[in-house]
Design a protein around this ligand. Structure first.
Ligand code: ARG
Length: 455
């Protein structure tokens, strides 16, 4: 397609290093959509005759049907999906196909196709994020009042409810969803008509192609339009952030599924066995979600490093933008689907959670707060008294609410037996009614609010 000035063809390795068809064939739908919009505009503007435009539009439909039925051939000589489609179009309608590329370059074409692809990817991811949140909400509602130990430093800290814990992930997913929406909004401008880098002398209507392709308008600077890959980097940033969130829940599932915790038992569908140890139920999917966060972050770093220091406008380095984006999209789709499935089908061992919450002195803060509230003790002093009570419980080998009143009074005479009313884990979580706190009624209200925000 560009061989006019060359006497010899490219070396085999040149062909191989140059070709993007092995991966960019994945954008064939977006390439056809872009060409359809372009040729309709060329006809409307009188740049291409109406009959030719009709033939091209029909031919593009045939090419699309051919791709749909047979896939896209990986013809390295045709370099990329753009040349491939033009060649197939020529097969279908003859030399008129050559009029399609009027007032266009592969530089604005690829920038347009790739934006369309990333936009579709964001829409798919957003739907998966909704499904995941729905799964979390169902389980959170079921466990709005199920007590578990809350951790800081992975040390038993204060009792919380499992519903509250799961709702923390809903919050993360809500931020992720809004980040994707924000990126989608910013990227939704059409590069088409920027041509190679300088714009075109043909009387194109960039607003028309932009709106035909669902963009909010055309990009404002032709040099920027063909050299900008911020939209892909932003998509990868959003995806990496989401993957990072998923990896944290995945890590908790791995911990929780281990015997010392025993907080969760993953369904058979989401466990794997060991080829040597018959007792094993391994949380492989959770481990892979945790691991894939590394690969997804690698995709982001890969494209950022590719773009670093590139002069304006287009450089062939930029062809390397697609593999990391495609890889990221596939991995994130898998991670979201796997976490959704695991959350939906997990059995939460609430008896184990409660047992651990009760045994870890997790209501020590409640004792200190009681001393502040009921006996007017300054918090620092209450903290010290409580520390002694915990030490006493340790010596006696009992829970905090099982330390006899005489022992407590011996530590501080201001304590009386009303204190037992706050030392149970249920009383503790029920008391945490501050906005955003773990009290079961708060958790239920948070679930209602999140459900409404989803619809
Ligand atoms: N395959 C190329 C890419 O993905 C298309 C643009 C090529 N433009 C050019 N002037 N060689 O970036």
């Amino acid at each position: 397609m560009w061989g006019g000035r060359f006497a010899e063809g490219p070396a085999a390795v040149m062909r191989e290093i140059n070709a993007s068809i092995p991966f960019d064939k994945r954008m064939w739908r977006q390439d056809i959509r872009g060409s359809q919009a372009h040729v309709a505009m060329l006809a409307k503007q009188g740049i291409v005759a109406g009959d030719d435009a009709k033939a091209i539009a029909r031919g593009l439909e045939q090419v699309a049907a051919h791709y749909e039925a047979n896939g896209v051939a990986e013809d390295l000589a045709l370099e990329d999906i753009h040349m491939q489609t033009e060649a197939r179009l020529a097969d279908a309608i003859g030399p008129t196909a050559g009029r399609l590329h009027t007032a266009r370059s592969r530089n604005d074409q690829v920038a347009t196709d790739f934006r369309l692809w990333v936009r579709d990817a964001i829409d798919e991811t957003s739907a998966a994020l909704v499904a995941f949140q729905q799964a979390l909400l169902i389980r959170a509602e079921e466990h709005a009042a199920s007590v578990m130990p809350g951790f800081t430093h992975l040390q038993s800290a204060q009792p919380v409810t499992l519903g509250h814990h799961l709702m923390a992930y809903v919050e993360m997913m809500r931020r992720d969803t809004s980040r994707f929406a924000d990126a989608r909004h910013r990227m939704n401008l059409s590069p088409l008509g920027s041509a190679a880098l300088a714009g075109t002398g043909f009387p194109v209507d960039r607003h028309a192609t932009a709106s035909a392709l669902g963009f909010d308008g055309p990009t404002r600077n032709s040099l920027d339009a063909v050299s900008d890959r911020d939209f892909a980097i932003e998509y990868l940033t959003c995806a990496a952030q989401t993957a990072l969130h998923l990896s944290r829940l995945a890590e908790e599932f791995v911990l929780w599924a281990s015997q010392p915790f025993g907080f969760v038992s993953l369904s058979d569908q989401w466990s794997t066995g060991s080829s040597i140890m018959p007792q094993k139920r391994n949380p492989d999917a959770a481990e892979l979600v945790r691991g894939h966060a590394g690969r997804i972050t690698g995709c982001l770093v890969s494209l950022m490093v590719t773009m670093k220091g590139l002069p304006l406008a287009y450089s062939k380095d930029m062809q390397d933008d697609k593999p990391p984006v495609f890889e990221c999209h596939d991995l994130l789709g898998l991670c979201l689907a796997a976490m959704t499935g695991m959350v939906e089908s997990a059995t939460f061992r609430t008896d184990r959670m409660r047992g651990l919450a009760e045994s870890g002195y997790a209501t020590a803060t409640d004792l200190a707060d009681w001393l502040v509230r009921e006996a007017g003790v300054p918090f620092r002093e209450a903290h010290h008294i409580t520390g002694r009570a915990v030490a006493r419980a340790e010596v006696l080998g009992v829970r905090l609410d099982q330390v006899p009143i005489d022992d407590l009074v011996a530590i501080d005479a201001r304590i009386d037996d009303r204190v037992y009313g706050v030392l149970s884990v249920d009383a503790s979580v029920a008391s945490r009614t501050s906005f955003g706190g773990t009290a079961p009624d708060n958790v239920r209200a948070a679930i209602r609010e999140a459900r409404e925000a989803l619809t």
